[in-house]
Design a protein around this ligand. Structure first.
Ligand SMILES: CC(=O)N[C@H]1[C@@H](OP(=O)(O)OP(=O)(O)OC[C@H]2O[C@@H](n3ccc(=O)[nH]c3=O)[C@H](O)[C@@H]2O)O[C@H](CO)[C@@H](O)[C@@H]1O
Ligand SMILES: C=C(OP(=O)(O)O)C(=O)O
Length: 438
């Protein structure tokens, strides 16, 4: 599939689309299947690049993977993992961060693991120090190699007590996937509690795990000897839903997103309304629309759940270029997530980035030379341009900008968008967008 989208912008996006399972959950549930002694079935699975990458990694480890894309059903059978010969794994990491989550399950099953260097969006340093510290505390021996890391568990894996310096999503998942079959009790303080993590806990409990989540965000796990397969329907992708909602605002449109669910999007919905968007929660989705009139500037700070999610930020910034007045966005999760605004400035947006913590409380990145605050002055008409997609959410933001801009834009590198947005060009067509994929 070619990587260039030619977009004739200036037309409101109107219509109905369907969003399936959450990219940031489905890949973790797939890894969890490695922990089960029997086959697992995951439903509502979207056909996205991240699912293909993780499927390839699982097959490399001997898991039989069968995916019915139309039905969205993924069947995983880990019976042959022990006999698999793993070759050239580093070629399979692709653009994903998921390989790091294979550590615990492979150490439990095989007593060792080799994890290739990680991919994922280039939106900051994205260290894995918390992950490695957690694995060492369980008793793993971590050996950094040229193309990745090699781990062994010479004395098995034993439960431990850990407090995260920052509520990292991946590190919380790392601990969950290791603790459920470790010997004894594990306690994690300052855990991340994103909806995708809670759904992973649902899956692990179905497999036979014993997990509790306290109101103070302390997660406790009692390790068990054996886990079985699971059958589970993935929660919807709240990030994709919010991305289409931002597209409705930026283009003056009206988009009904089937599969969007209110409880997981409360912080986004409040912000959407404060900017001047309107929404209607239906039984099977949410209708997002621009009611006409001016959009309003806001002060926004991204945070861990239940705050405004960092992955919602980039598409919304495009809508804020169409809001009257000065908006301030303080990105507190990643130190370098405003690179995508370069292209928006080239289209006429008035966006200035700052090293200071603007508009909210001081964060980890203040006084450390990171441009992690942005001031957006609007409303500014966007003009068509030639754009190179920098990362997943930045790429979708560039798409929204091209759709909002009058004239013909060329968006290159759109294959990156396939990583997390299922059949997005089909959805654009269903919403009346005027484009061609070359
Ligand atoms: C595949 C997937 O699920 N990706 C999501 C996951 O990424 P991911 O799991 O990588 O995000 P984390 O929550 O771990 O990272 C957030 C921040 O934690 C810090 N950190 C994290 C790990 C570590 O070992 N050391 C460390 O310092 C870094 O400052 C990093 O910027 O959660 C993010 C935050 O909701 C989302 O933006 C990503 O879409
Ligand atoms: C940052 C993201 O994904 P990943 O962690 O896979 O790079 C995202 O989904 O916005």
């Amino acid at each position: 599939m070619n990587d260039l989208l030619t977009v004739n912008g200036g037309t409101p996006l109107n219509g109905t689309i369907t969003v399936r399972g959450a990219k940031n959950f489905v890949s973790k549930a797939m890894v969890a299947s490695l922990l089960g002694e029997g086959p697992s079935e995951l439903r509502n699975v979207p056909l996205i690049r991240d699912v293909e990458i993780v499927s390839g990694l699982l097959e490399l480890h001997g898991v039989h993977v069968d995916y019915d894309a139309a039905a969205g059903i993924l069947r995983l059978d880990p019976s042959n993992v022990e006999s698999a010969h793993v070759a050239d794994i580093d070629a399979h990491a692709g653009s994903s961060r998921i390989p790091i989550l294979f550590c615990g399950p492979l150490l439990h099953r095989l007593g060792e693991a080799f994890i290739p260097d990680l991919g994922g969006c280039r939106i900051g340093d994205r260290p894995i120090n918390y992950h490695l510290d957690i694995l060492r505390q369980f008793g793993a021996v971590v050996d950094k190699r040229a193309q990745g890391i090699h781990l062994t568990a010479p004395h098995g894996l034993r439960g431990t007590k850990i407090s995260l310096p920052y509520p990292s999503v991946g590190a919380t998942e790392q601990l969950l996937l290791t603790a459920v079959r470790a010997e004894g009790i594990t306690e994690l303080s300052n855990a991340a509690i994103e909806p995708e993590i809670m759904d992973l806990i649902n899956v692990l409990q179905k497999m036979g795990a014993i997990i509790s989540v306290d109101t103070d965000r302390v997660i406790r796990i009692e390790g068990v000897e054996r886990l079985r397969g699971f059958r589970h329907t993935a929660l919807g992708d709240r990030i994709e839903a919010a991305s289409w909602a931002s597209a409705a605002l930026a283009t003056g449109g009206d988009i009904t997103v089937k599969g969007a669910t209110q409880p997981e999007m409360i912080a986004f919905l409040n912000t959407f309304r404060k900017v001047g968007g309107e929404f209607e929660v239906e039984d099977d989705g949410i209708r997002f629309f621009h009611p006409g009139g001016e959009l309003r500037s806001i002060v926004l700070e991204t945070d861990v759940h239940p705050g405004f999610m960092t992955d919602w930020q980039q598409p919304l910034v495009v809508a804020l270029t169409q809001a009257s007045g000065l908006s301030i966005v303080h990105e507190t999760v990643y130190e370098n997530r405003f690179g995508f605004t370069d292209a928006l400035r080239g289209m006429g947006a008035n966006i200035q980035v700052y090293k200071e913590c603007l508009g909210g409380r001081p964060c980890r990145f203040g006084q450390r030379n990171f441009y992690h605050s942005a001031v957006i002055s609007g409303a500014t008409p966007l003009e068509a341009a030639e754009i190179e997609v920098p990362d997943l959410r930045g790429g979708f933001s560039h798409l929204i900008a091209a759709l909002a801009a009058k004239g013909t834009s060329k968006v290159r590198g759109i294959g990156l968008i396939d990583r997390g947005y299922e059949a997005f060009t089909d959805k654009l067509a269903a919403l009346g967008a005027d484009f061609s994929r070359d």
